[in-house]
Design a protein around this ligand. Structure first.
Ligand code: ADP
Length: 558
């Protein structure tokens, strides 16, 4: 069976597309692939001659022979025009000639390229030009005439071949290889997502490390891979220790996620299940959206990559469209993985009015069609504080599996959040003193903090502990009560925004909070355990009946 790359390339070549652009750092691997494909009759039908042009030497043919008088760029284009056999012409870094040294487009060369087009399309024998460069840079004037193709990173099989080659070459050379077949496969899998050169470097490091190649080297290779992602300006590798138990409340969302654990595996395919696409988490700031994103990574044992979409648009190098493609390519290469898009609204809001001649819309379109069609197991977790600025296409069915709304924590959730932060901090007996973390103390704290978000509850714990620390004594409930009295929660200053987010979420999103937690909250109110509100600003708080009745998000039972 043909690979996707082989099929796409052969289709374009056979359909006589004159100009093809391929962006890659792996020039050598690409050229070897192109050579193999265009000389294999079963793939291409009409076998082609190959010419490779570079500034340092002009054209060489497939036997390495330099072609006279093709060094100069216009002479090279004339050579292509006059050639009459079936051929592909690979031009390395040619895009630089489309620009003038002082910036701007060199219209001389653009004109010649345009004039060459009919010759390529109508010549007796098929001829195509392939531009290859590490960065994508086609002048706007030529964009409609150039077809852009992606060249994926090496496959597991290609990386495996490199490893086999290295083992064979070094085995007699003091290198001890202690790997079962499964362990070797893990080692190769750890290098998936690297270029061949990077994979070779990672294996070489693992080999020289202690002159042994064994199961422990998987970690070394993974570390090398995280370095590569660190060098990528768009994606950041997050080493997260956050566990699902570190998240208080949000049981509905947790249940949904737990059910989808392992859905990446082949066994899920036996049930005819598709890989999950992703979730959009929206809601009140500071209530655990980022925390959940991080915890999915440890729950599912998958690497977490943070993708800063706003950088796609204002990167100092490269081109916006290729930046987006590059990020997607990288995430797919590392899959299965979690791709966390923090504050997605910042990257994609205000499309269409940026005066950038449609670039933002095109980039957004690239992202959406990828979300819709992706087959690689990249689980997208997008978080948004302000969904009203997001384009509506984002919400359409088929993009995300579900949109969850994370509201201010309910009574019961506040208890759980306090429990998480108190138990993680109160470890030393002299600090704990007589303070006990139990239902009674948690009820009391939850009652005091209606309208507080998760981040604010964490701050209450920290502020209380600071007071005790400053006076060098054990913690008491009064420390936390003081902290509450000195805090104006965000829900006071943002009450209107919160109400409007909820209204939006009621129709479009699913509540992250479980039904039971909502009821319990109401019960506490009905029991007249009305909290003593902080003195300052308490009156502006959205009142509790509003909070109960207008809580955002539909409740589904997963
Ligand atoms: P956002 O919703 O703005 O992404 P974060 O997830 O960054 O909020 O929350 C900030 C901090 O607040 C977290 O690192 C965590 O310490 C605390 N926090 C927020 N929500 C919760 C929660 N549900 N359970 C435990 N801690 C929470």
């Amino acid at each position: 069976m043909m690979t996707k790359f082989e099929k796409e390339l052969c289709d374009l070549l056979r359909a006589r597309f004159p100009y093809i652009n391929i962006t890659t750092y792996e020039e050598e691997r690409l050229i070897n692939e192109l050579k193999r494909i265009v000389t294999t009759e079963e793939l291409i039908h009409t076998v082609r001659n190959i010419f490779i042009w570079k500034l340092s030497e002009g054209f060489r043919n497939q036997d390495g022979l330099i072609q006279e008088n093709t060094f100069e760029k216009l002479a090279a284009l004339n050579f292509i025009r006059d050639y009459t056999e079936p051929a592909i012409f690979i031009l390395l870094d040619f895009h630089v000639f489309c620009e003038k040294s002082n910036g701007g487009v060199d219209y001389n060369i653009v004109r010649v390229l345009k004039d060459l087009m009919p010759n390529l399309k109508q010549s007796m024998q098929p001829k195509n030009m392939i531009f290859v460069s590490p960065t994508f840079a086609i002048p706007d004037d030529l964009k409609k005439d150039v077809t852009v193709m992606d060249f994926g990173l090496p496959t597991q099989e290609e990386i495996s071949e490199v490893l086999d080659g290295m083992i064979a070459a070094n085995c007699g050379n003091n290198l001890v290889v202690d790997l079962t077949d499964k362990q070797k496969e893990s080692l190769v899998k750890a290098a998936v997502g690297l270029t061949l050169q990077e994979a070779e470097n990672a294996f070489a490091r693992a080999m020289v490390d202690n002159n042994r190649l064994d199961a422990s080297d998987v970690d070394l290779v993974l570390k090398e891979k995280s370095q590569v992602i660190k060098k990528n300006d768009l994606l950041e590798y997050i080493d997260s220790e956050v566990n699902i138990n570190d998240v208080g409340g949000l049981e509905n969302l947790k249940k949904w996620l737990i059910k989808r654990d392992k859905s990446w595996l082949d066994s899920a395919k036996r049930y005819g299940l598709p890989s999950p696409k992703g979730v959009l988490l929206t809601g009140v700031p500071g209530c655990g959206k980022s925390l959940i994103a991080k915890s999915i990574s440890s729950m599912w044992h998958l690497p977490l990559l943070r993708f800063d979409v706003s950088k796609v648009f204002n990167m100092y190098v490269g081109n916006t469209e290729s930046n987006m493609r590059e990020a997607i390519k990288m995430a797919e290469a590392i899959s299965p993985c979690i791709l966390w898009i923090d504050e997605i609204e910042k990257g994609f809001s205000g499309l269409g009015n940026s005066g950038d001649s449609g670039t933002s819309s095109r980039v957004f379109g690239t992202f959406l069609s990828w979300m819709q069609e992706k087959t690689k197991p990249v689980f997208v977790v997008a978080t948004a504080n302000n969904i009203s600025t997001l384009p509506s296409e984002m919400m359409r069915k088929g993009r995300f599996d579900e949109i969850f709304f994370i509201d201010l924590p309910t009574f019961n959730e506040r208890k759980q959040i306090f429990k998480v932060h108190l138990t993680s901090r109160l470890k030393q007996q002299d600090v704990i003193g007589d303070f006990v973390i139990n239902d009674e103390s948690l009820n009391h704290l939850a009652n005091l903090t209606e309208g507080f978000g998760g981040a604010e509850l964490e701050q209450i714990v920290i502020m209380g502990l600071f007071d005790a620390f400053a006076e060098d004594r054990s913690i008491t409930m009064a420390d936390f009560e003081n902290a509450v009295n000195n805090t104006v929660p965000l829900s006071v200053t943002m009450s209107e925004q919160i109400m409007s987010i909820r209204k939006w979420a009621n129709v479009r999103a699913v509540a992250a909070t479980a039904q039971d937690d909502r009821l319990e909250y109401k019960q506490s109110e009905d029991n007249n355990q009305k909290p003593d509100m902080p003195d300052n600003g308490g009156s502006n708080m959205p009142d509790s009946t509003d909070i109960n009745e207008s809580r955002g998000g539909r409740t589904l039972d997963f």
